[in-house]
Design a binder for this molecule. Sequence first.
Ligand code: NDP
Length: 330
Amino acid sequence: NREWHLLSRPVGWPKPEDFALVEAPVPTPDEGQVLVRNKYLSVDPYMRGRMSAAKSYVAPFELGKVMQGGAVGEVVESRAEGISAGDHVLHFSGWREYAAVDAKNAVKVDPEAAPLSTYLGVLGMTGLTAYAGLLRTASFKEGDTVFVSGAAGAVGSQVGQIAKLKGASRVIGSAGSDEKVKLLVDEYGFDAAFNYKNGPVAEQLRQAAPDGIDVYFDNVGGDHLEAAIGSLNQGGRIAVCGMISVYNNTEPAPGPKNLARLIQTRGRIEGFLVGDHYDLQPQFVQEVGPWVASGALKYRETVVEGIENNLEAFLGVLRGDNIGKMVVKL
Ligand code: NDP
């Protein structure tokens, strides 16, 4: 059984020396627990926050201990009622091959209903983030023009497609490569997309959305947020989901200068955490599951093989190596 430990708190970009892949005994499940052999591990941008000591909505990872994260696996031994060996479960003890998990923290998932990895992505946490953030936080309504950054990633690709499926008049996405931009327009049905590395975001956004935007779903912060406020229409709404452009900064990033425009536009900016919206999960799967099954909502995953590549996969998410949800297959 191998597991990833955090050895020191990264300053700036995480370095391999900050981590170690450690041999540990396969844990023995206590009464009320199940032993799970993990099959897919999730790597997510928010994990960068947990590597720092700063107080946040989740406790920092502990130094010298195994890290955590979403995972799905097969139960190999059960000492809990309601879950049997052979069942598959979604749980939070990732970054390791084997985990002893309290049954109350494990959710059974059906590998026949959807591929196991999708419970980490398009039908899982990142999917619900897109759904709740767009429909609830950004109060999306039919006819809106929607701009989403990080648009080829797990959350962003789903925000744009759900907006289209629910009657957006125009959906614009930004991403960090020409290949990703092509995917957004050709496969995901975005009306326009641009590569933020090819020129100033504000200019490219104005060209893609000459009549302005009603909703901005922010995954990135920085220049993107600045540009979105500059293009916001009357009553526009901004859902602040993430700010990945600053996660590895060692100095505070310069703040947006466009904020006063929110007064003129009666615009609304609102941050949200997916954790507050799990009451939407059944409705989310009921509505989005059929779109995924029929192909009306498309998704990509970037699958990295082997627990030894768990860290590289995480760093790849911060660099933008992924298209769609990045998962590690064991
Ligand atoms: P993604 O699958 O979108 O992967 C992250 C992507 O961010 C990369 O692929 C990369 O794509 C892009 N990126 C990296 N650096 C920059 C940069 N400097 N500027 C612009 N883009 C950059 O991850 P997720 O879908 O899991 O997460 C997306 C965002 O949502 C993150 O900010 C995350 O923290 C946040 N989040 C928030 C939640 C909440 O509850 N509020 C829950 C889940 C996620 P590219 O090639 O385009 O640069």
